[in-house]
Design a binder for this molecule. Structure first.
Ligand SMILES: [Zn+2]
Ligand SMILES: [Zn+2]
Length: 214
């Protein structure tokens, strides 16, 4: 069976995108998928707006099958949001803006640490029926990471409860030049990473501390 858009017959289901309850009688989107833990199919429920941001492709499939299921929902906006998300493969990973609670996380884009107390964007991937957290990026790194512009309204919509001052700060951060995106380097030899002279690996027998002191 295909995906569904319908009115919730009860208030029992929880949105897989934001984790809050779907109200009784509220329009909801149901994404059908193979059961990751066994046989058959499962249906994951979302608020329409959460589906437009986080599951754009399945929502667009449902809309293509049933163009205007209920005139009361803002289909034009929902469709436009989903279309932008479907065009930028990382955009549906955006969960919200928040202040970094510690300085331990590093940015998935530039790999530099994210300072405690500064704004960051939290990211997640939809896997096995839930949004699985995958880390954070600097707000300034959002454009290179998502390869998309015009991000403020999307960040504000997904975060909620932002003051005008918060929004102004996020807008300034978005406009800041970002550090260059860096791929994950796995198992690089430490003497190469610590070398201060480009292209000249440090001697392996010297402790790393001495290089930093010099
Ligand atoms: Zn939701
Ligand atoms: Zn960054």
């Amino acid at each position: 069976m295909g995906h569904v858009i319908e009115r919730a017959p009860s208030a029992r289901a929880t949105c897989r995108g934001c984790g809050t309850k779907l109200g009784k009688g509220e329009l909801r989107f149901g994404e059908r998928a193979p059961n990751p833990f066994g046989e058959g199919e499962v249906c994951y429920w979302f608020h329409l707006e959460c589906a437009a941001y986080l599951r754009p492709e399945p929502l667009l499939e449902a809309l293509a099958a049933a163009p205007e299921p209920d005139p009361s929902a803002p289909w034009t906006e929902l469709r436009a949001t989903a279309e932008v998300g479907a065009l930028h493969r990382r955009l549906p990973r955006l969960m919200r803006a928040e202040r970094a609670t510690s300085g331990r996380a590093s940015c998935r884009c530039c790999r530099e640490p994210i300072a405690k107390g500064s704004w960051r964007l939290s990211l997640a991937l939809f896997e096995d029926g839930r949004m699985q957290p995958i880390g954070f990026i600097h707000v300034a790194c959002a454009e290179p990471y998502f390869e998309a512009g015009d991000l403020l309204s999307r960040i504000v919509a997904r975060t909620g409860e932002l003051t005008a001052e918060d929004q102004a700060e996020l807008e300034r951060e978005l406009a800041r030049p970002a550090a260059a995106p860096k791929p994950v380097v796995k198992a690089a030899p430490p003497e190469v990473k610590l070398s201060k002279t480009e292209g000249e690996p440090a001697p392996a027998h010297r402790p790393a501390r001495k290089l930093d002191a010099g």
